[in-house]
Design a protein around this ligand. Structure first.
Ligand SMILES: CC(C)(COP(=O)(O)OP(=O)(O)OC[C@H]1O[C@@H](n2cnc3c(N)ncnc32)[C@H](O)[C@@H]1OP(=O)(O)O)[C@@H](O)C(=O)NCCC(=O)NCCS
Length: 166
């Protein structure tokens, strides 16, 4: 897979991949556009034979430059379990690590078993501060994203400045 930074025009392909990969998930098109336009140095496209098959949308915190955040990753269903998301994460860790990031954070929906397994496999740890609740046998932070919207926050340290995976 060839990995490159997103370009503004990529945003439509990103939301089309997300809809195929995760039909239950609904995100406004404007969010994809915003990442592809304003966070292109920390957001990536994965291409196979010049076709987009995966993307990662991330950024570095404006208030803590040692924190990176991954908003969304998705892989075309036919390309899943081939290491595409892992490669995108490694690229993200490398890029933001060189910019001084030491910790990467993200949140996962507790009913998203694939994403939970993926992030645990990549060495992320759940950060279960505050009131918690159980969803499908998964402990999540209660009301993390508003009433009834429980989430599992994850974090992972990365080496800085080179961002090598631990
Ligand atoms: C989660 C997702 C991004 C993983 O992408 P992927 O490219 O298939 O993942 P990788 O091939 O890099 O997987 C790396 C490892 O993670 C784990 N993993 C990935 N998907 C898994 C699954 N469905 N079930 C269990 N473990 C999984 C495995 O250990 C895997 O290694 P292996 O295939 O050698 O066993 C993909 O399933 C997806 O696009 N889902 C829909 C969108 C989504 O949920 N995004 C995350 C939002 S928080």
């Amino acid at each position: 897979m060839h990995i490159r930074n997103v370009r503004e025009a990529d945003f439509t392909e990103c939301f089309e991949i997300a809809r195929r990969a995760w039909p239950e998930f609904h995100e406004r098109e404007s969010i994809y556009h915003l990442f592809c336009k304003f966070f292109s140095n920390t957001s990536f496209i994965g291409e196979a034979n010049a076709v987009t098959v995966a993307f990662l949308l991330g950024f570095i915190s404006q208030v803590d430059r040692e924190q990176g955040y991954i908003h969304l990753v998705a892989v075309e269903p036919a390309a899943q379990r081939t290491g595409a998301a892992r490669e995108l994460y490694e690229r993200f860790f490398g890029e933001v690590g060189q910019l001084g990031v030491r910790e990467v954070r993200l949140i996962v929906n507790p009913d998203n078993a694939a994403s939970l397994a993926f992030h645990r496999k990549l060495g992320f740890t759940a950060d279960l501060h505050g009131p918690t609740t159980e969803v499908d046998n998964v402990i999540a932070v209660k009301d993390y994203n508003g009433p009834g919207i429980h989430m599992v926050p994850f974090y992972r340290k990365i080496d800085s400045p080179r961002g090598r995976m631990q």
